[in-house]
Ligand binder design. Structure first.
Ligand SMILES: [Zn+2]
Length: 77
């Protein structure tokens, strides 16, 4: 996992230098504290943005369909 050391900058050199660490056990090699995720957050943001775009598209499609059906039935004799 890619991440920053979650320790205080005063207690750990890796936290002080805001160094991105790549550790399989998601622990800081200096102080063995958990890492704050660095890459996962941006991936989550991308997923959120895609979901937002998808929901907007669905809403627009639904709106057009409803308007189309409304006019189609209103023009029937
Ligand atoms: Zn650390």
């Amino acid at each position: 996992m890619l991440g920053y050391c979650s320790n205080s900058p005063l207690r750990c050199d890796n936290a002080y230098s805001i160094k991105i660490l790549n550790r399989m056990d998601s622990c800081c090699p200096e102080c063995c504290l958990f890492l704050l995720p660095a890459q996962d957050v941006s991936q989550q943001l991308n997923a959120d943005e895609q979901f937002l775009r998808f929901s907007i598209m669905v809403i627009i499609c639904t709106l057009f369909t409803v308007v189309y059906i409304y006019y189609f039935y209103s023009t029937l004799p």
